[in-house]
Design a protein. Sequence first.
Length: 210
Amino acid sequence: MSNSFAYIDIILFAMLAAFIAFKLRSVLGRKTGNERRRMPPALGSSKSTSPVAPTVDPVDETGASGLPGLQELRAADPQFDPAAFLDGARAAFGLILDAFGRGDRASLEGLVERDVLESFAQAIDAREAVGETHGATLLSIDDAKIVGMRLDGSLARVTVQFTSRQTDPGATDQVHPPADEPVIDVWTFVRDTRSTDPNWRLAETRSPHV
């Protein structure tokens, strides 16, 4: 008889446990309207919580941004890019100095304006007259920056100051300093903005103090 009561107790406990489990499931699995709402992510945001570095405008290393003639020149030549121009000016500086040093008048003719060509030719003639076969040699360009620009009609003029290292065998004067001293040259390049020829030509050379 006692065993029968024991079985009845077990059955009752099992039924009670099943009822409690059913009630818990019905409550936990149901939205009551009191749940905390999840905030949607902001538009354009990512799941990462890593800090995002602020956007920084690139630094103008050409020297052109503060010059008054830049907007006028770009109006005449929308393709004008100071950085690309300065790269070309550096290359032209090396080519012209090399041609001048070797006395290569033919190469100079394609790189410089007529007045500059005549001046260079006279200097080459004078050098050759005293037995000098080679002029200064460019070792390095330490710095180049645009220091002036303007538009004369359709003729664009851009002036660049070069700081370089050069060597001139046997030269000890101020015009041709030793190789360990910097040489500063100010060159002006020109181009007709109406022309389809994209190349610039050297139109003027001077010292920085003139």
